[in-house]
Design a protein around this ligand. Structure first.
Ligand SMILES: *Cc1c(COP(=O)(O)O)cnc(C)c1O
Ligand SMILES: [Zn+2]
Length: 430
């Protein structure tokens, strides 16, 4: 009797709410801001009450509110933009090449002012924080994520603590004057991104602090997933192929999850887009594990001498030593379920692709995005895509040079400099 009442109460609850969060492995339900399953290592995933996507009349990514895990307050001009390529398409001999442009390019309606798709993760995450009553957020970043979250935090009442390794400091600029709820903590030159992550973990352990959660944060994934949603709405169908440069692969998981929602919607096709995820050589642990058919990344085999490998990269923001690859619902599953593949791109291939894209399309792109373009060039050469297939190329960042024509950039100054992740941190947070 008791259990019947409980079940019907739960049902009423889920009917009223816009979404629930559940583990992909055991289907246990969780609260919106929870990050891990208590039974297993499965990712938590959002299930939306609305099976079909209804576009909201809002600027930017707010259009996709139906499938974002936030209340109805997402107000930003930042959002994904999809257009059909003519010039690059001609160069590559493709007839249905679409560019998902995530950056600043007002002539195309693109208003991501920190110039990468990390901003699509930042806005919903900040809103989810606000919705669930948290006002102190901690994250580690090699650059683009920190910049995006700082920008999304400007003028809000959420304190954001961003831990950045020295190598990422030059990427910490904003297109506006920073407000004092943004706290930058820089690490000494001897520290790397892994040390920054460790430091952020320590700060997140202090009372009142909450970690943003990286790939485990559904607001981040569903925010990135809007690139796929926008493409499907623009094309009137899901693409056959999805190309993206990866470091963690979170964007790949997000694209897969978005495409499953589009399939369930019923109006965008039945077949999930094939994921073509691209790593930047020589640091490519997921490429290596995937080529050997392994769900597990074996550190000494797949990334021996990581520091040296990372030094050899063209786009070092694509280095991630602990990508969400193996766990249920992670990159390995996303690739398996979409008949996907991983490729590796060298510095010279990325440089050539950058030149090709910029000349053809007339906008500057960031180094990681060039790695993605090179992955498409290679797939065309290898015959992995057919001339008339629908292709979505995710340009994960661009328009920095274009932005400088319209905005003054302000460099963020660190509030604290930390010598080592072992340092005492109580004084950092008041
Ligand atoms: C973070 C980032 C990527 C990689 O995204 P993941 O899906 O998280 O691996 C690619 N390009 C740019 C510009 C990025 O900032
Ligand atoms: Zn579980």
């Amino acid at each position: 009797m008791q259990s019947t009442i409980q079940t019907s109460l739960q049902y009423a609850e889920s009917e009223r709410s816009k979404f629930t969060i559940e583990c992909v492995q055991c289907n246990s339900l969780y609260q919106p801001n929870e990050l891990t399953c208590t039974n297993d290592s499965g990712l938590l995933r959002t299930r939306y009450a609305s099976r079909q996507l209804h576009l909201h009349d809002l600027p930017g990514m707010g259009k996709f509110l139906d499938w974002l895990p936030v209340s109805d307050h997402l107000q930003t001009r930042a959002g994904p933009v999809t257009y059909k390529s003519t010039e690059l398409a001609r160069e590559l001999g493709l007839t249905n090449l679409y560019v998902g442009f995530n950056g600043y390019w007002p002539e195309r309606g693109a208003h991501i002012q920190t110039c990468s798709f990390k901003e699509l993760e930042a806005y919903p995450t900040m809103q989810l924080m606000q919705d669930s009553g948290n006002n102190k957020l901690v994250l580690a970043s090699a650059g683009n994520t920190g910049r995006a979250f700082a920008h999304a935090a400007v003028g809000t009442d959420i304190d954001v603590y961003i831990v950045v390794p020295e190598s990422g400091m030059s990427k910490m600029w904003l297109p506006e004057e920073p407000t004092d709820n943004i706290h930058l903590i820089s690490m000494a030159e001897t520290c790397d991104y892994a040390d920054a992550i460790q430091m952020a973990g320590k700060i997140a352990g202090l009372p009142g602090m909450i970690s943003e959660g990286g790939a485990r944060n559904v607001a981040r994934r569903d925010g990135m997933g809007t690139v796929m949603l926008d493409a499907a709405v623009t094309m009137g169908r899901m693409p056959d192929h999805y190309f993206q440069a990866i470091g963690s692969g979170t964007g790949g998981i997000a694209a897969w999850e978005a495409s499953m929602r589009l399939r369930d919607d019923g109006r965008f096709g039945e077949t999930l887009p094939r994921l073509h995820l691209i790593q930047n050589l020589p640091f490519a642990p997921m490429l290596h594990a995937w080529q050997h058919g392994r769900r597990e990344i074996v550190e000494h085999v797949d990334m021996p001498n990581p520091k040296q490998l990372i030094d050899g990269m063209y786009a070092d923001v694509l280095s991630n030593r602990h990508p969400p690859y193996s766990m249920p619902g992670g990159v390995f599953d996303a690739l398996s379920e979409t008949n996907g593949d991983v490729s590796g791109i060298s510095t010279s291939e990325a440089q050539n692709a950058r030149r090709l894209f910029e000349q053809a399309e007339g906008i500057d792109i960031v180094a990681p995005a060039a790695v993605g373009v090179a992955g498409l060039v290679k797939a065309v050469e290898d015959g992995a895509v057919k001339k008339d297939e629908f292709i979505l190329l995710n340009i994960t960042g661009g328009g920095v040079e274009r932005l400088k024509m319209d905005f003054t950039l302000y460099h963020l100054e660190p509030e604290f400099k930390v010598d080592s992740p072992d340092m005492d941190i109580e004084h950092i947070v008041r």
